[in-house]
Design a protein around this ligand. Structure first.
Ligand code: ATP
Ligand code: MG
Length: 693
């Protein structure tokens, strides 16, 4: 097997090999702490996968390895790569699966898994519900209302804002005052009320046996403060490896340190030039401070060879990041020469942009690049609206990542709520939603029932005995019957899903005019359900990492179909495509007007553009519409405004691109008949900020 091992390693360059083998010895006892910090496309993720495989080959127990990734998709990709190396070394056929794979997933998913295991020790019911962002907002809204804070004349922050403040405070582990001053100054006057509100919100969650996303980390961190539990949990894992470490927050770093206080067994990997999640309280300090936090400082390995992109794409990306005020100590090189330079494409407006991209996508497909190897990236989910219409019109299939809506759709939420309420009868939020689906049942009746169930020792009996006025009776009985089946101890999965749907379909037809379309979503939900082993697993994982939105109502295209990728830049992290298009490379979008408050925010937007550009392997096109549609912000109506190329590509950097068209046709103003001087000039940033004042 020594020969095969050498085979697997021979694909790697010397620095990558150092990183894979660092501290690994026979029997694979815990290795000293290691940081791999390196630029985009230098093979960090790949190296991490090889390292996990080599730990296993050297005798590490896969069940004692924890692999933390940024998304469930990234976790699946990591499993695939680890499996690939293992198969290569073990000479397994591609259909055989290797013995077993490590615990892999996001911090939140693995947190949920651990918390269920240790629930009994930390005062949690093991049937706890995980609230998604929408649920959390609703609950915050209820708490806000109960405290009398929602009266409009008081102008108290909206429930979504309250949740953002709460979440940021929790994740940054900073005092509320500091978070308000630094990030939500317009809410600072409400400090005392917010504190009271958050206390009520926490109470409400606990009463309902519900955890929100943040709680999955908070409970994990708290658990690690009890010495006996910390010892037990830490001892479960010999090795913990984390990808994309630059986008973790303080709380995650604290958890990691508590899991491995001396750093033994820890490997973290990341790129400070790609840190793009500070709006979620991620801090690049985590990666920079990593080596120094242990008694014996961690070793640091850097990789400087890029394997992803051609030289012209890399030159342009390097030039963009080089203008940053921060110092990133990595200049990447590649031996992938190419004649094809990246393109800066000027189009008249967003409609022109959509047509251009659709044309190019088809042209590249003609030339042999399948749709799946092409991706269109943008700053915010809404930026692809025009393109989505154009693609639909031309029958070009696509899948959209980020900015997802599937689980937020009312009918999907209805069905999930019934399953959740059955899983956890204390989930008032779910119960409230489901009972009101019965015709004739309003909030008052629903509230009365839930109160009665909450105080009852036999909630199911209370439910059965509950009588409704008038016509609700018969419809009510069908819900009780379905709930009864779902609550049975011998309920099975995914049969539960059928039970829920059977009850729900008549409601769907009654509630929605477009019921047939929505039925397609429910069919898809049912297909997704079949992929999970249990109801509990389904509900938790679906909440944590929902499936992606798609181009047609019938759901995710089948695996072997070809489709174009549409993605926010944030969701494109870690991935690569042969051809990449970036939309709206203009000031106001990148950097976003929402983010140009501070120098630090602008720097983050620069890194965002860098992340977008470094996704491209062979072809990169940045599109610059000259007019941009601004939505009504202050009652002055929607309008087009003039846009200019992003400040991150000044003329000196633009020289590294091919301009298209070469120059505007002479005598014909690009914008058509309207001379620039008569179009209004608008301070978009001021308008957006005005919303908060
Ligand atoms: P990012 O910063 O975007 O997350 P990364 O550093 O994680 O990038 P990978 O995704 O691991 O980089 O690798 C980028 C590409 O380079 C992949 O296609 C990978 O297969 C390839 N690659 C990595 N190392 C090598 C190597 N030694 N030889 C050939 N190809 C390699
Ligand atoms: Mg990576």
């Amino acid at each position: 097997s020594a020969v095969r091992l050498a085979d697997a390693l021979s694909e790697l360059n010397p620095q990558q090999r150092d990183a894979v083998l660092f501290g690994v010895t026979a029997g694979a006892p815990a290795t000293p702490p290691l940081l791999v910090i390196a630029g985009a496309g230098s093979g960090k993720t790949n190296t991490l996968a090889h390292r996990v495989a080599h730990l296993i080959i050297n005798g590490a127990d896969p069940h004692r390895i924890m692999m933390l990734t940024f998304s469930r998709r990234a976790a699946a990709e990591m499993d695939r790569r680890v499996g690939h190396v293992l198969r290569q070394v073990m000479k397994l056929a591609s259909t055989q699966s290797p013995p077993s794979l490590p615990w892999s997933g996001t911090f939140h998913a693995l947190g949920a898994r651990l918390l269920r295991e240790y629930a009994g020790h930390i005062g949690l019911a093991d049937d706890f519900t995980v609230h998604d962002r929408g649920d959390a907002e609703d609950l915050m809204g209820i708490a806000r209302h109960d405290l009398g804070l929602s009266a409009t004349e008081k102008r108290f922050p909206l429930k979504a804002t309250c949740l953002s403040v709460y979440s940021r405070t929790v994740n940054s582990q900073a005092p509320l005052t500091e978070v308000l001053d630094q990030h939500f100054p317009w809410c600072a006057a409400w400090h005392d009320e917010l504190r009271k509100l958050f206390a009520a919100y926490v109470d409400a969650k606990q009463a309902q046996h519900a955890l929100d996303y943040d709680d999955l980390l908070v409970y994990w961190a708290e658990m690690m403060e009890i010495p006996e539990l910390a010892a037990a949990v830490s001892a479960r894992f010999d090795h913990i490896l984390i990808d994309e470490y630059q986008d973790t927050n303080r709380l995650q770093a604290a958890i990691l340190l508590a899991m491995k206080p001396d750093g033994r067994g820890l490997t973290v990997v990341g790129d400070d030039a790609q840190s793009i999640y500070s709006f979620r309280a991620a801090t690049v300090r985590n990666i920079l401070d990593f080596p120094g936090q242990f008694a014996t400082p961690a070793d640091v390995i850097t990789l400087d060879r890029n394997y992803r992109s051609t030289q012209p794409i890399l030159d342009a990306s390097n030039a963009v990041i080089a203008l940053s005020s921060e110092r990133y100590a990595k200049a990447l090189w590649t031996d992938r020469a190419s004649e094809l330079r990246p393109r800066l494409v000027t189009v008249s407006d967003e409609a022109g942009q959509a047509r251009w991209v659709a044309d190019q996508v088809l042209a590249q497909r003609e030339a042999g690049t399948v749709l799946k190897s092409q991706a269109v990236l943008f700053r915010t989910g809404s930026h692809s609206a025009n393109l989505e219409l154009e693609l639909t019109r031309r029958n070009i299939p696509f899948v959209k990542f980020g900015g997802l809506k599937f689980l937020e759709a009312a009918h999907v939420k209805d069905v999930l709520s019934l399953l959740r309420w059955a899983q956890n009868p204390r989930s008032r939020l779910a119960g409230f939603r489901v009972t009101q689906l019965v015709p004739g049942v309003g909030p008052a009746t629903a509230g009365k029932l839930l109160d009665a169930m909450e105080t009852s020792t036999a909630p199911m009996d209370t439910l059965r005995a509950f009588t409704f006025p008038g016509a609700a009776g018969a419809d009510w009985q069908t819900l009780v019957a379905a709930y009864d089946i779902l609550r049975r101890p011998d309920a099975t999965w995914p049969a539960d899903m059928d039970t829920a749907l059977e009850w729900y379909l008549p409601q769907l037809v009654r509630l929605f005019e477009d019921a047939p379309v929505r039925q397609g979503d429910l069919d898809q939900l049912s297909r997704i359900a079949a992929l999970y082993g249990s109801r509990e697993q389904f509900l938790t994982e679906l909440t944590l990492d929902p499936p992606d939105a798609t181009s047609d109502e019938s759901g995710v295209p089948l695996r072997d179909e070809d489709y174009l990728i549409l993605s926010t830049i944030h969701s494109a992290k870690g991935q690569e495509w042969k051809a990449v298009y970036v939309l709206n490379v203009i000031d106001g979008c990148i950097p976003s007007d929402m983010s140009t408050g501070t120098a630090a925010e602008i720097e983050e937007e620069r890194r965002l553009l860098y992340v977008a550009m470094t996704r491209a392997k062979e072809s990169l096109q940045l599109v610059v519409p000259q007019r941009f549609y601004v939505h009504n912000q202050t009652g002055r109506g929607d309008r087009h405004v003039y846009a200019s190329r992003t400040r991150f590509i000044p003329d000196a950097v633009a020289k590294l691109f091919d301009a298209y068209p070469k120059r505007p046709p002479p005598g014909e103003p690009i914008l058509g008949a309207v001379p620039p001087s008569v179009l209004p000039r608008v301070d978009i940033g001021g308008r957006l900020r005005g919303r908060w004042s």
